[in-house]
Each structure stands twice: as structure tokens, then as C-alpha cells.
Design a protein. Structure first.
Length: 150
């Protein structure tokens, strides 16, 4: 049976759809209201009520710890894949970085794994992510899944 070029291209495009959909599914259907509430209760004291972070967040304190960065688009949260963000929140910054082999970096981010479930952390991340423009969401999805969300 002979396959037309159009049919082959259509099959390739359909086969690619689940990959792009998988990238979107990670945050699709998340409870943004609960994420915002949990963020306010657990994160805002350091990262700011409006995701703005602490002043001078790029300059280490005298003990070598960087202040809490913003989670809005002016920060670097969107530069990281979802797995790292989840691990960073669950394990704390120091443990998450050490697990990835990053040495000589002191993180002040505490572990929330005993306070928040992975589902709650994902709702918080979805809330944070919802504040980013499409380009930042797309870059973050590419770093997580290797594909653009469209």
C-alpha cells in the first residue's frame, strides 16, 4: 500500500501532539487558587506577596547566602525545569543542588517536604508560572520537556 506524502506528514504531526500535550499537562488542571493560598502561607514571607523576592537578591549576604529571588518573570525561576523546582522546594535548596552535584553554593531555601505534599507544591508552582508571560512559560516547558507549548 502506497502512503501519500500528506498522510505521512499528518501521521508525524499527530504523533508529535502527545509530546507537546504532555508538556502542557504538567500544569493543566492545577488549582491556582489553592496554589496562591499556599504560596501566601508558605512562600511569600521570603519571596514576597507579589512574587517580587527580597531586595538585592543577586548579592550574597555576609554569610554567603543569596536572598530569596523573585518568582515573577524578573527572576530566574522560569529558567529551571519543573523537576528541579519541585526538588528544590521539597528537599530545600542545599540538598537539591547537592543531589545534582552542585558544590560551592549555599542556599537558604528550607525544605518543605514535611509541610507540603508534591501536589501542593505543584499547585504553588502552577500559580507562580501563571504570572509569567507566554515566552517564559514556553522556555520553562522546553527546559522541562524539550518541546514548546505553543
Amino acid at each position: 500500500m502506497r502512503t501519500s506524502r500528506r498522510a505521512t506528514l499528518g501521521a508525524v504531526l499527530i504523533a508529535a501532539l502527545p509530546i507537546a500535550a504532555q508538556a502542557a499537562d504538567e500544569f493543566e488542571g492545577r488549582d491556582l487558587v489553592r496554589g496562591e493560598q499556599l504560596y501566601s502561607q508558605n512562600c511569600a514571607s521570603c519571596h514576597g506577596e507579589n512574587l517580587e523576592g527580597q531586595p538585592d537578591w543577586r548579592a550574597p549576604t555576609p554569610d554567603g547566602v543569596l536572598p530569596a529571588p523573585p518568582h515573577d518573570v524578573s527572576g530566574h525561576t522560569w529558567h529551571h525545569d519543573t523537576t528541579l523546582l519541585l526538588e528544590y522546594t521539597r528537599l530545600g535548596g542545599q540538598a537539591a543542588l547537592e543531589a545534582r552535584g552542585v558544590a560551592n553554593f549555599t542556599s537558604g531555601m528550607p525544605a518543605f517536604g514535611d509541610v507540603l505534599s508534591d501536589e501542593e507544591i505543584m499547585d504553588i508552582l502552577a500559580f507562580i508560572r501563571s504570572s509569567w508571560p507566554a515566552h517564559a512559560r514556553d522556555v520553562q516547558a522546553q527546559r522541562t520537556h524539550g518541546v514548546a507549548l505553543q
